[in-house]
Design a protein around this ligand. Structure first.
Ligand code: FES
Length: 247
């Protein structure tokens, strides 16, 4: 191990190479401001507890405090290009029907029948529908979420159609990405993400892109461990040297 100068926390930098910003500053054509911005923040270097990766109680808290309250990417707009197109998005025990109900309106219906909770559409499916009919007893909802039909409705005098519309989560489309949030008090995504992130997002014009190929894989690991492996570049030097020729 090489000797390290005494540095304040968060000040460590590669001693033998220019920083990314120094390289960008030497470009003959000035880089746009969103490329030049920096937002480094020292977030601590204390050990974190390991229970967050395996403890069911921690996972329960994540559902209560995170997944039910945060914006999350459900699908791309091109998954549901036409009115009636739907895409099933699952997160934990919740399931949503991301549905294009009008040319310019996308809704996220809870994918659960209001009679006895059967999923209106199976997980992992998508398609086009003019109604959502429950496969168990046949209660049916229109594309706009209103109750169309209750089997043997005479036996349910307490069911009022206006109280049996499919519940919805919040939906916002940004750069072609469809996000949902179960918390109806959540701030708009622009506020949630902040100006700096928005400037990066807008610069890439991802609304003009489309999915050419989608590869997915179920990984038998805690979601945070998996995300952390994809977010950190520290492993690239040893694990993927072929994509880091500058090393
Ligand atoms: S559970 Fe859906 S109609 Fe009964």
């Amino acid at each position: 191990m090489t000797a390290q100068a005494k540095l304040d926390k968060g000040e460590a930098r590669c001693p033998d190479a220019p920083s990314t910003q120094e390289i960008i500053a030497k470009d003959s054509v000035a880089a746009p401001s969103w490329v030049r911005c920096e937002s480094y923040e020292f977030l601590g270097d204390e050990d974190i507890s390991t229970d967050r990766y395996y403890d069911p109680e921690f996972e329960k808290k994540e559902y209560e405090n995170l997944w039910t309250r945060t914006w999350q990417f459900a699908c791309r707009e091109e998954h549901i290009p036409d009115v009636g197109d739907y895409y099933v998005y699952d997160i934990g025990r919740k399931s949503f029907l991301i549905t294009r109900v009008e040319e310019n309106e996308i809704r996220a219906y809870y994918n659960a029948c209001l009679h006895r909770g059967t999923k209106l559409r199976a997980s992992g499916t998508d398609g086009c529908a003019h109604e959502f009919k429950c496969p168990f007893h046949g209660w049916t909802w229109n594309l706009d979420g209103s109750l169309q039909f209750a089997q043997n409705g005479w036996d349910f005098p307490h069911v009022k159609a206006e109280e049996f519309e499919l519940p919805q989560a919040k939906v916002q489309v940004l750069a072609g990405f469809v996000f949902i949030n179960m918390d109806h008090n959540a701030p708009p995504m622009e506020q949630y993400l902040g100006n700096e992130f928005m400037s990066h997002l807008n610069a890439w014009k991802l609304e003009d892109r489309y999915i050419h190929c989608h590869v997915s894989k179920v990984i038998p690991a805690n979601w945070k461990l998996t995300m952390e492996a994809f977010m950190e570049a520290y492993h690239v030097i040893e694990t993927h040297p072929q994509v880091a020729p500058s090393n």
